[in-house]
Design a protein around this ligand. Structure first.
Ligand code: GDP
Ligand code: GDP
Ligand code: MG
Length: 318
């Protein structure tokens, strides 16, 4: 099973504890109080879904599925009602899923290096995610180089150095204030000459509404593309799960500027509104690739809808 072994699933469950306790707790209370699926039940279900930040569109689709399933399926007790709702959520989400490979850290490309650019607003967890990603690629036997293209914030280099050291990978950097595109260029060139497998480029946080800062990202992309025609192979947007619905605006604007290939949703451990994942996969046609469930290097999980729903609905590990 690779990364999602039992340890991974336990971590995921731990990471989703806040969401599970509130969301599933409310659902269970509703299921116990429900004799039949009627309007009253649906209204309460909708409230709970929206309270968990799944978004109005997802909630509406889930309710439609619940109604449809209720016609087909018998439900005689709270447990059956629970699986009916859980399967309805799965129906909606799996419909959005874009299949990733079984193991996301196996590279399916012939060109080397494989270049990943990481973008997002300030403080969402870009640098932390890069440390975790580097660690995972390194553990999968890849030779990784990190480019410190957050040249804007003081101490950004030091923070990334700490993560690179933890992950056991090399970092390419310049002094604060350097052109981030120059760092990206240096890193890709260094990776080519060292025959590295993976390049991960950190970038400074920026508001999705700042046009000049978006232009800066485009420039970085162009520069890397000049070195390797397919680069960057991936542009990952990091989103903080506790941001709520604004995450969707961020994703739309970053996507318009630099063309996102995937999303990373962090800090799921810190929020009871983990349902934002459902809203994000519903609203955007961009796959959620990874989720962050803690601050440690092992706290990055490949996102898989089924596993996510399992972890969400499962009872606390005994
Ligand atoms: P950046 O500004 O986007 O590079 O964000 P950082 O990587 O510096 O992270 C900002 C803060 O978020 C740090 O305190 C991280 O430890 C924390 N953080 C990042 N990812 C996670 C996560 O998945 N869970 C939790 N609880 N904290 C996280
Ligand atoms: P403003 O952009 O005119 O509000 O001025 P600021 O003092 O916020 O920033 C001056 C310049 O620094 C901007 O034009 C950007 O080039 C850069 N800058 C400001 N904030 C950020 C940030 O969060 N990230 C990055 N990468 N650059 C920033
Ligand atoms: Mg950072």
């Amino acid at each position: 099973m690779g990364l999602l072994d039992s340890i991974g699933l336990t971590r995921l469950k731990d990471g989703l504890a806040k969401t599970r306790t509130t969301f599933i707790g409310k659902l269970n209370r509703l299921f116990f109080a429900t004799a039949k699926i009627d309007d009253d039940f649906l209204v309460h279900l909708e409230e709970i879904l929206i309270g968990a930040d799944v978004g109005v569109d997802t909630a509406t689709l889930v309710l439609l599925r619940v109604k449809a399933r209720a016609k087909e399926q018998r439900y005689e007790n709270p447990a059956e009602l629970s699986s009916l709702v859980r399967e309805s959520i799965a129906d909606v989400l799996l419909g959005n899923e874009k299949k990733n490979g079984d193991d996301p850290f196996v590279l399916h490309t012939v060109t080397k290096p494989y270049v990943i650019m990481v973008v997002g607003v300030n403080g969402v967890g870009k640098t932390t995610t890069i440390g975790k990603l580097a660690f995972n690629y390194k553990s999968a036997g890849k030779n990784v180089l990190i480019g410190a293209a957050d040249t804007f914030r003081a101490a950004a280099n030091e923070q990334l150095e700490i993560w690179a050291k933890r992950a056991g990978v090399t970092i390419i950097q310049q002094v604060q204030g350097s052109d981030p595109a120059a760092v990206a260029f240096d890193t890709v060139k260094a990776a080519q000459s060292r025959n590295a497998d993976v390049v991960i480029i950190d970038t400074a946080g920026r508001l999705h509404t700042k046009v000049n800062l978006m232009e800066e990202l485009k420039k970085m992309k162009r520069v890397m593309h000049k070195c390797i025609a397919e680069a960057p192979h991936e542009v990952l947007l990091v989103l903080d799960a506790s941001t709520g619905q604004n995450a969707i605006q961020q994703a739309k604007q970053f996507d318009a500027a630099v063309g996102l290939t995937g999303l990373v949703v962090t800090k799921l451990d810190g929020t009871a509104k983990g349902g934002i994942i459902l809203a994000i996969s519903q609203a955007l046609k961009i796959p959620v690739r990874f989720i962050g469930v803690g601050e440690q290097i092992g706290d990055l999980q490949p996102f898989n809808t089924e596993t996510f729903i399992d972890a969400l609905f499962d009872k606390e590990p005994d």
